[in-house]
Ligand binder design. Structure first.
Ligand code: PLP
Length: 455
């Protein structure tokens, strides 16, 4: 039962708050769910309803929420230096240390880091730095970017243009010029048809090469990809895909840009998704898990020639934000990484065991009549909801089966995200095996309720 005060929050929200990615009349009709606190892997709503957050907020809360050590770190950083910029030949200890830490943890020869606040800002920054680089290299014609179908790279104008989701473009007259999307997305279950998985992988890679040749290899500035596509439906590419994509980039002298806003910071079991796949990107964009969401912070990490060229240019970089390298956010980022190291949350036998358990348990849902496929990589998981398991026939958009399942999850005390007919899981790295059991039990309950509603 809601108190008057809490009802007021819903009313105020409906009246004045524009939500990201939400239909506002529907929010006004239903009232937004009011989340009042979070602790560890759980969030709590205004009725005290305890909900296991199997989406880590928004792919974000690696170390779990509400940790006192993080609170103390932020408070101390604020006391010490609540704000100063990094523009005018100034720096501060946290930004310098975090830049070093990122260079240490990223694969390959990443050496230069620029900070921003959101993943989208990092993506827009990287896009500009790529153009800057090719101008400095005397190849100003290299301005075309290749992205993929189903990609998600953020909401600002450039980042949204790079997305391979038509919904990100239609209402905003996007994409901007110079961005090319290539398909199919490397999603074997959905797009593989009658091909073997290897043949399908080669088909996806060939499509990228065909696009490069169509644009003209000397005109292509960079290829951008999420090691595992997240918001586009948790697409885990077939084995060998990334090695082949990297080889293509090297063959044609194209920069390889891995957008690791989701796959960075331990999601795959390794520190970075590119490390998991054994590739060495020229550019890595990151956010989310960098601070576990305790502060907004993102980064663009550069390696190889682009790092050298930009950092050796005598002129100004002519780019940056008021909050580039914010002292409190960078302190929080450092503490977050320290905790992940201390607690062995990334690339340790204990965490690998937990990842295997997650994978085994999720696969038990394959026996459910609504489930066509489950898949996991690291602590990322997806459940494909199908009308017919053998033909892989889907429910129509109007049947809204993913949305129905998501609502049943919430009611059962579990957050799972739906992307069309795909249910997505991304639990905090600190989730325990008992909590994985709880997750699976609640997921099954929600699937049962969904099935009886739609079948
Ligand atoms: N890039 C990827 C791969 C993402 O998944 C996201 C957000 O989910 C972004 C960029 C944008 O990040 P933000 O929402 O912080 O702007």
């Amino acid at each position: 039962m809601m108190t008057d005060q809490e009802k007021t929050i819903q009313d105020l929200d409906a009246k004045h708050h524009l939500h990201p990615f939400m239909p506002h009349p529907d929010i006004a009709r239903k009232g937004a769910r009011v989340i009042t606190r979070a602790e560890g892997c759980y969030i709590y709503d205004d009725s005290g309803h305890k909900i296991l957050d199997a989406m880590a907020g928004l792919w974000t809360t690696q170390i779990g929420t509400g940790r006192e050590e993080m609170v103390q770190t932020a408070a101390e950083a604020m006391r010490q230096l609540s704000y100063y910029n990094t523009f005018f030949y100034t720096t501060h200890p946290n930004v310098a240390r975090l830049a070093e830490k990122i260079a240490e943890k990223t694969p390959g020869d990443i050496s230069k880091i620029h900070f921003a606040s959101s993943g989208s800002e990092a993506v827009d920054t990287a896009y500009k730095l790529v153009k800057y680089y090719w101008n400095l290299k005397g190849q100003p014609q290299r301005k075309q970017f290749i992205a993929r179908e189903n990609a998600y790279h953020g909401s600002t104008a450039v980042a949204a243009s790079l997305c391979g989701l038509s919904g990100m473009h239609e209402k905003y007259d996007l994409p901007i010029d110079g961005i090319h999307h290539v398909g199919p997305a490397p999603h074997y279950y959905n797009n593989g048809g009658e091909m073997t998985e290897d043949a399908f992988r080669d088909h996806c890679v060939q499509a990228i090469e065909d696009k490069i040749l169509e644009i003209g290899p000397d005109n292509v500035a960079a290829f951008i990809g999420e090691p595992i596509q997240g918001a586009g439906g948790l697409i885990i590419p077939p084995e060998g895909y990334w090695t082949k994509v990297e080889a293509l980039c090297r063959k044609y002298g194209i920069l390889l840009w891995c957008d690791e806003v989701i796959t960075g910071w331990g999601r795959t079991g390794k520190w970075f998704g590119s490390e998991y796949y054994g590739v060495t990107p020229d550019i890595i964009t990151m956010a989310k898990g960098l601070t576990s969401g305790y502060q907004p912070l993102s980064a663009v990490a550069l390696g190889g020639d682009i790092a050298e060229t930009i950092s050796q240019e005598e002129g100004e970089m002519v780019h940056g934000f008021t909050y580039s390298g914010h002292p409190v956010a960078t302190a929080v980022g450092l503490k977050n990484i320290e905790i992940m190291e201390r607690e062995g949350l990334i690339d340790t036998p204990d965490q690998d065991e937990k990842i295997s358990y997650f994978s085994e348990q999720l696969s038990l849902l394959n026996d459910h009549p609504l489930v066509g496929e489950t898949r996991t990589l690291g602590l990322l998981g997806a459940i494909e909801l199908v009308k017919d398991k053998t033909t892989r026939a889907r429910y129509s958009d109007e049947e809204n089966v993913g949305f129905i399942c998501r609502e049943h999850c919430f009611d059962s005390g579990l957050v799972m995200r739906s992307v069309g007919n795909t249910m997505i899981l991304c639990p905090p790295l600190v989730i325990t095996t008992e909590q994985i059991d709880e997750l699976i039990a609640k997921a099954r309950e929600a699937l049962d309720k969904t099935y009886s509603q739609v079948s």
